[in-house]
Design a protein around this ligand. Sequence first.
Ligand SMILES: *Cc1c(COP(=O)(O)O)cnc(C)c1O
Length: 223
Amino acid sequence: MNPSYEQIRARVDVAAQATGHAVNLLAVSKMQPVAAIRELAMQGQRAFGENYVQEAIVKQRELADLDLEWHLIGPLQSNKCREAALHFDWLQSLDREKLIEPLNRFRPADRPPLNVLIQVNIDSEASKSGCAPDAIPALAAAIASAPRLRLRGLMAIPEPADADARGAAFTRMRERFDALRADLPGIDTLSMGMSDDFELAIATGATLVRIGTALFGTRNNTR
Ligand SMILES: *Cc1c(COP(=O)(O)O)cnc(C)c1O
């Protein structure tokens, strides 16, 4: 039993109820042992997020007896597109056009299209991945022309600033999300909010929160 799970689930549900829309919980399991993932799966959690392709593949193999949904949430290098297309249900970190063709080509025909979120560098941080906010429409159009990819929405990791600045970043994401949704059918996912700020993110319109340490405790950085 992971005692944090019920608590976090309850907090997500309360925050979601206040907004009137459903919110999905992604358990971020990077650098956490397989046993901890299995434990959470036994408690009913189905969607897990990983940052590193190789680490995820090892875990997926050990957990193949469970019906889990895997999200890649870390930066994707072009030379990992094949493995990303083969081994994940969602890619939350698509941030440049160059990745679209190989992802589309390598997505197996016998699997549903790869669900994709465009990662947005909402605070325009020099060191961060994510596309510029103004690049969203062109990237969305390019994804729409790739039949093996299915664009579902946007993802962001705001700068770790104070709550006011983070709230402002969440609001800017919400505006971009609403604009995208007005243009394109099938857009239903706004992924923002982590252990420290998921309630604020939900209040601002997040439909998916990515929670690691609040569920699993501190990560083991030796992997
Ligand atoms: C690690 C990570 C998270 C989870 O962060 P916590 O603060 O542990 O909840 C969420 N999203 C992304 C993209 C991450 O890399």
